[in-house]
Write a protein that binds this ligand. Structure first.
Ligand code: GSH
Length: 266
């Protein structure tokens, strides 16, 4: 059986769990939650399988693969059951991958910046200094480390926050425009693109930011359609978020500041 290394609230893990649940593939769970600054959560050999030290990581027998979007494509290729999450038409496949590409082209980093500026920095500031130093010494992605340092120190004043908020405003606007004339992101069928991007509405929603895009009707209808699926219930809602209360309160406290950035012309 497959084993997924993951944790509850990670957007990258949520999209893999969505893929697994949609395709009704059975899997074992191993929770590795380093995100509150605790590197000791990782099994000793974890870096061997993902040098970045990040989840999700999927193990299929003696094959191990990191990177959520690659895991989703792997599941599609390795489990060719009747539930397909990738269209057949080459043009729709290209369209699907173009949407997914946005994640690695900046959206995932922007999501982390927003998360650290609003919430994680409060956790890090209360974490034992030695434990946090150990956490960062094991973080091999230097850009992630530098961004975290700036965002933890500066919070809502971080210069990285505006471009991150803008990245989401542009993404959501593009999605909304597309969804005005298409049922789904890749065209006419629900696909890995929808699964891959919906988690960011969930994430920003957990910071109480949904009023920012309340006018984007097509986007909101699309979100509601996905949120009503049994797979979303299992993969996202049932796994929950151990930081939900803190996200809610810090998100509410940050809302007016974030709204100003969202509305800034640029
Ligand atoms: N490009 C990677 C990103 C993975 C990633 O950022 N994982 C985060 C959770 S969303 C993580 O492992 N965080 C643990 C930490 O920050 O300590 C993917 O899509 O799988």
């Amino acid at each position: 059986m497959l084993t997924l290394f993951h944790y509850d609230r990670s957007t990258a893990a949520q999209r893999v769990r969505l893929g697994l649940e949609e395709k009704q593939i059975e899997w074992n769970s191993v929770v590795v939650d380093t995100a509150l600054g605790d590197a000791s959560q990782r099994p000793d050999d974890f870096h061997q399988y993902n040098p970045k030290g990040l989840i999700p990581l999927l193990k299929d027998g003696d094959f191990t693969i990191p990177e959520s979007t690659l895991i989703l494509e792997y599941l599609e290729d390795a489990f060719q059951n009747e539930i397909k999450l990738r269209p057949d038409d080459p043009k729709e496949i290209a369209q699907m991958r173009l949407w997914m590409r946005k994640i690695e082209d900046g959206i995932h980093v922007a999501s982390r910046t927003i998360g650290v500026c609003i919430v994680n920095r409060h956790f890090y500031q209360n974490t034992d200094k030695k434990q946090l130093a150990e956490y960062y010494s094991k973080m091999r992605d230097g850009v992630r480390k530098s961004n975290d340092k700036i965002n933890t120190e500066m919070g809502l004043e971080s210069p990285l926050l505006l471009p991150s908020i803008k990245a989401f405003k542009h993404l959501f606007s593009d999605m909304n425009k597309h969804l005005q004339t298409h049922d789904w992101l890749a065209g006419e069928s629900y696909s890995l693109a929808d699964i891959s991007l919906v988690v960011y509405l969930t994430r920003l929603g957990s910071f109480q930011m949904a009023p920012l895009w309340s006018e984007m009707t097509a986007l909101n209808n699309w979100f509601d359609k996905i949120a009503a699926r049994p797979a979303y219930q299992k993969a996202v809602i049932d796994w929950g978020d151990i930081t939900a209360e803190k996200r809610r309160s810090e998100g509410n406290a940050a809302f007016e500041e974030v709204k100003k950035l969202w509305q800034q012309d640029s």
